[in-house]
Write a new protein. Structure first.
Length: 297
């Protein structure tokens, strides 16, 4: 049996993050623990809980939090993705987890997926409290992704959008927003691929998510290159889970980054695309991560 606790913990700026703590019932002593978070503009309700439960059923204490301005966490403006702020907040999550009485503070692992898979590389490289890292279908290089996602003829309009948003904020206006996903060609959105639309528009509780993201989030994402940290994760053990047909964070970028990583490292290739670790390949992705954490925690 697994106990699920809803909780909040403080981070910088008087903000509190919302989290779920999963703990196996009747532990025999302090447990190894895993800290987790969701990807770009999602929430802990977006198919992350099954992975957390799988880890808890394997004997780990698991903390799964919403990034600030998402889900049940505090933070304004809402739906604002600042990768470096998310990383700073995640360090506080690690500290909170270390202070839990159920947890062995010397055995903490971190699991991140997609955009948070990039955060996993940065945190693995810069926070030696972490004893094992799992980075699933990670963002590697926002600039390289942008070159593939945005046609050259559309770049000028995108830069004009960024510039207009910056000037409006200078005048005291709130950051502008646009849709995260839409299948309508006439609606500006970050993503239009059907599998991405389906993932983001899956049913979640009312009031915890909106189909919008700040425009400045898109600029920050295009500037973010967490793959630059991958060779600094060592000597912390790193597991990279890569989908063979990932068109969202892109398979070849992840594989090239893996070649730069130092030992100890391990690569798991799964069938399908970016969202299959949550779906058809869940068993493979979860078992691989559990085996890695069992070995190194």
């Amino acid at each position: 049996m697994i106990r699920k606790e809803e909780l909040r913990f403080p981070v910088e700026g008087g903000i509190e993050l919302s989290a779920w703590l999963f703990v196996p019932e009747h532990p025999t002593g302090p447990l190894p623990a895993i800290t987790m978070a969701h990807g770009y503009a999602g929430t802990k309700y977006h198919r992350i809980e099954p992975m957390a439960r799988a880890f808890a059923e394997a004997g780990f204490a698991v903390l799964l939090h919403d990034h600030r301005s998402f889900g049940d966490s505090d933070g304004e403006p809402r739906q604002d993705v600042n990768p470096w702020q998310q990383i700073s907040d995640w360090r506080r999550a690690i500290s909170y987890l270390q202070d839990r009485p159920e947890v062995d503070e010397s055995r903490i692992g971190l699991w991140g997926t997609s955009f948070a898979g990039g955060h996993a590389l940065v945190l693995g490289a810069t926070d030696r409290r972490l004893k094992a890292i799992v980075s699933q279908v990670p963002t590697i290089d926002g600039h390289a992704l942008g070159l593939r996602r945005v046609p050259p003829e559309a770049v000028a309009n995108l830069e004009a959008l960024f510039a207009a948003d910056e000037r409006a904020q200078f005048r005291g206006e709130p950051p502008s927003t646009q849709a995260i996903v839409s299948t309508d060609p006439g609606t500006a959105s970050t993503y239009k691929a059907p599998e991405i639309v389906d993932f983001y528009l899956q049913p979640v509780p009312d009031g915890v998510w909106e189909n919008k993201v700040t425009v400045r989030s898109m600029r920050w994402a295009r500037m973010y290159a967490p793959g630059e940290y991958i060779d600094r994760v060592s000597p912390t053990p790193l597991l990279l889970i890569v989908a063979r047909d990932d068109h969202t964070t892109v398979t070849d970028l992840a594989l090239k980054a893996y070649e730069r990583a130092l030992q100890p490292k391990h690569l798991v290739m799964i069938n399908g695309g970016h969202f299959d670790p949550y779906l058809r390949e869940f068993d493979t992705a979860s078992k691989s991560a559990i085996d890695w954490f069992r070995t190194h925690l």
